[in-house]
Design a protein around this ligand. Structure first.
Ligand SMILES: *[C@@H]1O[C@H](CO)[C@@H](O)[C@H](O)[C@H]1NC(C)=O
Length: 249
């Protein structure tokens, strides 16, 4: 009797709670920087009025990046903007971007959504990073955050050779990228800070595990990406000023 009464109620409320609270769980991370136009930079991915900002070969924001082909495709001229590099807000919190795959979800639901990652392994265990999903990836598993960081390896696609004259397989290993902070010194000027971040705040962590929960995007992140979801996590108020300082160790 109770069950038959409760079942329709939970069917009704279940999906509402899911969308209001957003996704959460445990997952894994990898790293990449392929210089390509991220997938959420195409129009009408997700529910944001404007897609993720992209830049031309010289790192200047494109006016119509949404309809410009990716620098990863021949003849394409839209690239990842260097401003979408991770940065340290303070010793325990960093902000950035990631290619994402959430179990049981889809690109429309995660494009430009933000996730608070709490690292649970490696030297960064206990630190938190808020990432906005700007991309997806055919090679990502469930609950997988491929964190964008210059010098993190180009992975499947590579526009860095075209954009910056990086070696044919990008800087360092195709998967994983460079191995030491000193290699950041030879990077393009605008990518150096994000490259150094990996060895400073991120402590050279190697694909740490995480727990995650969807959060309202910090304004400091959407100000840089240009992408804000409508009805971003309903039961939270966004969060913080449009600019936050960069913390230097
Ligand atoms: C670090 O920054 C976050 C986000 O602004 C803030 O919530 C937290 O209190 C800060 N922590 C410290 C130790 O300053």
């Amino acid at each position: 009797m109770h069950l038959s009464l409760l079942a329709p109620l939970s069917l009704l409320l279940g999906p509402v709670f899911v969308s209001a609270q957003g996704a959460s769980g445990s997952g894994r991370t990898t790293r990449y920087w392929d210089c390509c136009k991220p997938s959420c930079a195409w129009p009408r991915k997700g529910n944001s009025p404007s897609p993720v900002r992209t830049c031309d070969k010289n790192d200047n924001p494109l006016n119509d990046g949404g309809n410009t082909r990716s620098g990863c495709d021949s003849g394409g001229s839209a690239y990842t903007c260097s401003s979408q590099s991770p940065w340290a807000v303070n010793e325990t919190v960093a902000y950035g971007w990631a290619a994402v795959n959430i179990a049981g979800s889809n690109e429309a639901a995660w494009c430009c959504a933000c996730y608070e990652l709490t690292f649970t392994s490696g030297p960064v265990a206990g630190k938190k990073m808020v990432v906005q999903a700007t991309n997806t990836g055919g090679d990502l598993g469930n609950n997988h955050f491929d964190i964008a960081m210059p010098g993190g390896g180009v992975g499947i696609f590579n526009a860095c050779t075209n954009q910056y004259g990086a070696p044919p397989n990008g800087w360092g290993q195709r998967y994983g990228g460079i191995g030491s902070k000193s290699e950041c010194e030879s990077f393009p000027e605008k990518l150096k800070a994000g490259c150094n971040w990996r060895f400073d705040w991120f402590m050279g962590a190697d694909n740490p595990d995480v727990t995650f929960r969807q959060v309202a995007c910090p304004a400091a992140i959407t100000a840089k990406s240009g992408c804000t979801r409508q009805n971003d996590v309903i039961n939270e108020t966004p969060t913080g000023p449009a600019t936050v300082p960069t913390w230097t160790p």
